[in-house]
Design a protein around this ligand. Structure first.
Ligand SMILES: [Zn+2]
Length: 177
């Protein structure tokens, strides 16, 4: 990837953040579902009662929701590269929140998201973007040339004439004042 032409969006950050966000969301959802679905079996095997407290359920649901917001943020790196800096900071904050929420356990997703967020934050959109997708960060189009061509048409023969002309250059008809 080094020495390659500038990317039109922070691709590495996009991949890291989408994968990390999915990991956070899926692991939270899966761990909650597994404990909920098998709590009687798990309790039997473990010999102690295993169940989710309302607080744990709240934390898992919130972690899953934050994971999905992170996925959306990663996707926005690609859909709207101009927002990469803002969303880069956003996903870092969200990833830290999921770590604080989930007291221990899986940090892999959060680490991927934080690395991707830093990359996105530091990413700079290429200044000159050739092609039809330009328009962000590019320069304005050059101003139109001053009007030197014909600016009115003869009502008699239809020939183009310059604006100051008082008579048609082709047929000689007088223009209304
Ligand atoms: Zn004319």
């Amino acid at each position: 990837m080094w020495g390659a032409p500038p990317e039109r969006y922070p691709r590495t950050a996009y991949l890291l953040v989408v994968i990390g966000g999915l990991l956070i969301a899926l692991l939270a959802a899966l761990s909650g579902l597994v404990v909920w679905a098998f709590q009687s079996e798990v309790s039997e095997i473990a010999g102690v009662s295993v169940s989710l407290s309302p607080l744990e359920i709240f934390e898992l649901v919130t972690a899953a929701a934050l994971g999905l917001v992170i996925v959306y943020g990663g996707y926005s790196f690609r859909a709207r590269p101009a927002s990469a800096r803002t969303w880069g900071l956003g996903v870092i904050v969200l990833a830290i929140a999921t770590v604080l929420l989930d007291g221990g356990g899986d940090y892999l997703g959060a680490i991927l998201v934080i690395i991707g967020g830093v990359i996105a934050y530091r990413w700079k959109a290429p200044l000159a973007v050739p092609g039809p997708t330009g328009g962000w960060g590019g320069s304005n189009p050059p101003p139109p040339p001053p009007p030197t061509g014909p600016s009115k048409f003869c009502t008699t023969c239809g020939a183009p004439n310059l604006a100051p002309a008082r008579f048609c250059a082709r047929c000689g008809a007088a223009f209304p004042a």
